[in-house]
Ligand binder design. Structure first.
Ligand SMILES: [Zn+2]
Length: 90
């Protein structure tokens, strides 16, 4: 049974809406991975054991300050990566 980091799930769920706020942002896989990695390094992980547990915890998170912080970090991550994208140098 996989252990799921809910924070990672929420980051991927919100990736598109953050991109929508920054229309010029590159949407290639490398940039998306860099954004996710940046945000994950800044945020405390929250693990769940089952998909059901993950869904419940996720629903709970949407209402919290943690979720607002996550969006702020994610927006910051987009700024960082767009200022210095890695896709050109790989
Ligand atoms: Zn890119």
């Amino acid at each position: 049974m996989p252990i799921v980091n809910i924070v990672e799930k929420i980051i991927w769920d919100n990736m598109d809406s953050v991109f929508d706020q920054k229309p010029g942002m590159c949407r290639c896989e490398i940039c998306k991975m860099d954004i996710a990695a940046y945000a994950l390094n800044k945020l405390k992980p929250h693990y769940a054991v089952t998909d059901k547990g993950a869904a419940i915890t996720r629903a709970h998170f949407i209402e919290t300050q943690f979720y607002l912080d996550l969006i702020i970090v994610l927006t910051e991550a987009v700024e960082k990566v767009s200022a210095n994208p890695r896709h050109g140098s790989v």
